[in-house]
Design a protein. Structure first.
Length: 156
């Protein structure tokens, strides 16, 4: 999957028509909300950092396996489409409504657990405490709840 920045709107989230949106290009769109045949990751209220680093988050397992999100903005994972950008189905086991966020900041890329019920982990099994912010490096891997929802971070 590839996220392509564009402008259109208002989109399915009722966002400002001038706000950047990201079109999802993937063959598996079953878990992403449609809007007239287009698919978007919501970006409401997300600030673009001064350094414009690009982060690529690739699904290694689970419903997003083989798909990649590319952005210069923060991305929140969860089941609540009003609060999350990468949206899991409401019946997805182990995923909280707002599970975790990958934030793009001027001094690096960070992963923060949002106080999720089933936790966020680094690939070595280290559990992030609620609201703990961990600096990520290129090719770092994390997962939500279990290794069934694994992602890799790549940084340009």
């Amino acid at each position: 999957m590839l996220c392509t920045e564009g402008t259109s709107g208002p989109n399915i989230y009722g966002e400002d028509p001038k706000a950047p949106i990201y079109e999802i290009q993937t063959s598996n769109k079953s878990n992403i909300a449609p809007n007239n045949g287009n698919y978007y990751v919501s970006t409401t209220g997300i600030n673009i950092p001064n350094n414009h680093q690009t982060v690529h988050i690739s699904g290694l397992s689970g419903v997003y396996a083989g798909q990649t999100f590319s952005t210069t903005q923060n991305i929140t994972f969860g089941r609540d489409p009003q609060k999350s950008n990468v949206i899991f189905a409401i019946e997805q086991p182990g995923i909280s409504s707002v599970h975790c966020t990958v934030s793009v900041e001027t001094n690096g890329i960070y992963l923060t657990d949002s106080g999720s019920t089933f936790d966020t982990f680094l690939v070595n099994g280290t559990k992030l405490a609620a609201n703990q912010k961990v600096k990520m490096k290129n090719k770092d891997i994390f997962y939500l709840s279990s290794e069934l929802n694994k992602f890799e971070i790549r940084i340009d």
